[in-house]
Design a protein around this ligand. Structure first.
Ligand code: AMP
Length: 329
C-alpha cells in the first residue's frame, strides 16, 4: 500500500537535540557568524559574515588527487552516526551538515550513491517536501535547496537536498512574487518572475496555500488539505527545470548547472553560468539573497558591486517575457 512519507511530530526537537550534542562532542563544526540586513532594489538581502569558514572543505578538497590517485572522498556514502537524524526515510537518510553556519542545517541524502548532477525526481521532491514540513514549527520557517552541476556551488557529488531555517524578518523575493501572482498561476503555464530581479529565475507555486483557502471558502468547516503528492511536485519542478535548460542552451552555457530553492509554497530554479565571482562562491541560498562572505573583502565586493549585479554575473540576464517561451530545451 502507498504510504505518504512522514516523520515524527517531535522532529524539530530531535533536530535541535542531535545538533547540540554533535556540536558539544566536536563531531559538528558550528561557525559563529554576524548577520547584517540590507535591501537591493527592494529585494531583501541578509549578509552572513563568517571569516572562520575559509577552513571548510571545498569542492577541490573532495575531488581527490590525480597525481597520487587518491580516490574522491564521498562523506555521504557512510554518514557519520553522530550526525544521523533519521537513517531510514524511504530511499533517503536525514543527516546534519557537518559544517554549519546556522543551527540545525540538515540534509536529505540518497541511500544509494546517485550523482548530484541527476535532476530531482518526484520521489526526491516528495520526501524533501515532507522533511521541510516536519522541521518547521510556528516560529521557524525553512527553505530547501539543491545545488546541481559544476557551476552551482555544490561540493559533494552524491545526491543531497539541504534545509536551513530562514532568518527571522527576512522575506525571500519569490515569496512576494507568489503573494502577488501565485493565485492566478495555472499548472503548465510559464513560470513567474520578479520585476525587481535582473537575473534569470523561474518560480512556480506548489499551490497548497490556495487549495486550503478555497476549500475553507467553499464550506465553512475546517478542511485538511493533503500535501502535494510526488507527481504534482515533479510536474511543477519539470516546469522550472525546462526553462532553466532552455536558458542554458540559448546562452551556450559551459555546463548544466543550476540552483533550486523551495519552501512549502513555491519552487524556484536559477540557471548558473559561473560558480564564483571574484573568488566568492555562491550556492542556492545566495540566489534568494542569503549571501555568505568569508572575508571582509568579499563583504565589500557584495556591497560595492551590489548583490543583484553579482548574482547576475553568476547566472544569466533575465530573458524578456516572450524571448524564450518554448519548452523544447
Ligand atoms: P554542497 O556543498 O552544496 O554540495 O553541500 C554539501 C554539504 O555537505 C556542505 O555544506 C558541507 O558542509 C557538508 N559536508 C561536507 N562533509 C560532510 C560530512 N562528512 N558530513 C556531513 N556533511 C558534510
Amino acid at each position: 500500500m502507498f504510504r505518504r512519507p512522514s516523520l515524527p511530530t517531535h522532529f524539530p526537537e530531535l533536530l535541535t537535540k542531535t545538533f547540540e550534542a554533535a556540536v558539544k562532542s566536536g563531531d559538528l563544526i558550528y561557525t559563529e557568524s554576524t548577520q547584517e540586513s540590507a535591501t537591493d532594489n527592494g529585494v531583501d538581502v541578509r549578509y552572513t559574515f563568517a571569516p572562520a569558514l575559509a577552513k571548510k572543505p571545498t569542492k577541490d578538497d573532495n575531488n581527490g588527487d590525480e597525481k597520487t590517485e587518491k580516490p574522491k572522498f564521498n562523506p555521504f556514502e557512510k554518514p557519520d552516526p553522530k550526525l544521523m537524524l533519521v537513517p531510514d526515510f524511504g530511499d533517503y537518510s536525514l543527516v546534519l551538515n557537518k559544517f554549519a553556519i546556522v543551527p540545525n542545517h540538515f540534509m536529505c541524502i540518497s541511500k544509494k550513491v546517485i550523482p548530484q548532477t541527476a535532476p530531482l525526481t518526484p520521489n526526491d521532491l516528495e520526501y524533501s517536501y515532507a522533511a521541510l514540513q516536519a522541521a518547521q514549527s510556528d516560529g521557524a520557517k525553512y527553505i530547501g535547496f539543491f545545488n546541481c552541476g559544476p557551476n552551482s556551488g555544490a561540493s559533494v557529488d552524491h545526491k543531497h537536498i539541504q534545509f536551513i531555517e530562514l532568518p527571522k524578518d527576512f522575506t525571500p523575493f519569490p515569496e512576494s512574487v507568489i503573494k502577488a501572482k501565485g493565485r492566478d498561476y495555472k499548472p503548465g503555464q510559464q513560470p513567474l518572475s520578479s520585476e525587481k530581479v535582473p537575473f534569470a529565475h523561474f518560480i512556480v507555486p506548489w499551490e497548497a496555500e490556495w487549495a486550503e483557502e478555497d476549500a475553507k471558502a467553499d464550506n465553512d468547516t475546517e478542511v485538511a488539505i493533503e500535501d502535494p503528492v510526488a507527481e504534482e511536485l515533479g510536474f511543477k519542478f519539470s516546469t522550472v527545470l525546462s526553462r532553466v535548460l532552455t536558458e542554458l542552451r540559448v546562452n551556450d552555457a559551459p555546463s548544466i548547472s543550476y540552483n533550486v530553492v523551495f519552501t512549502d509554497k513555491w519552487v524556484m530554479a536559477v540557471p548558473r553560468s559561473k560558480e564564483s565571482y571574484k573568488d566568492i562562491s555562491v550556492n542556492a541560498t545566495g540566489t534568494v539573497g542569503l549571501l555568505l562572505a568569508k572575508s571582509q573583502e568579499q563583504l565589500d565586493i557584495f556591497k560595492e558591486e551590489t548583490p543583484l549585479k553579482v548574482l547576475t554575473e553568476l547566472g544569466f540576464v533575465k530573458p524578456e517575457e516572450e524571448e524564450h517561451p518554448e519548452y523544447d530545451y
